[in-house]
Structure formats: structure tokens, C-alpha cells
Design a protein around this ligand. Structure first.
Ligand code: SF4
Length: 66
């Protein structure tokens, strides 16, 4: 799995960080997403998928084949 985030779209809502704290964090000053691990281990994949699904800005992109 390869993850990318679009900081321009992110509205800092933080759902991704709550669901997958091993993969995402947020900047302290404005809450914009920080991608901690673009190739997370398998046990984080489900949470990463869930984060991408709930992100209100559709700012999280996953490539399952990478
Ligand atoms: S869920 Fe989406 S909008 Fe919210 S902080 Fe994460 S990437 Fe940004």
C-alpha cells in the first residue's frame, strides 16, 4: 500500500488521526494532516482505508498495488 495526502484539500478535521494514529498526525498550528508513513505495515492498512473513506475532504489517496 502506498498512501499520499493532498495538504491543499485537507481541512484539518482530524478523523484520520483518530482512526489511524500510526499513519497520520496533524500539524500543531493549523491541524493540516502529516503523513507519518507512506508505506505502512499491513496491520495499519485497514485503518488507513477507513481514514481515506471518512476524510471529509477526500484528501487521502491509497494505492493498494504499491
Ligand atoms: S481526515 Fe482528511 S481533512 Fe481531516 S485531517 Fe485527515 S486528511 Fe485532513
Amino acid at each position: 500500500m502506498k498512501i499520499s495526502v493532498d495538504e491543499e484539500k485537507c481541512c484539518g478535521a482530524g478523523q484520520c488521526v483518530m482512526i489511524a494514529p500510526g499513519v497520520f498526525d496533524q500539524r500543531d498550528d493549523d491541524g493540516i494532516v502529516i503523513l507519518l508513513d507512506e508505506n505502512p505495515p499491513r496491520d495499519h492498512h485497514e485503518a488507513a482505508r477507513e481514514s481515506a473513506g471518512v476524510c471529509p475532504a477526500a484528501a487521502i489517496h491509497l494505492r493498494e498495488d504499491a
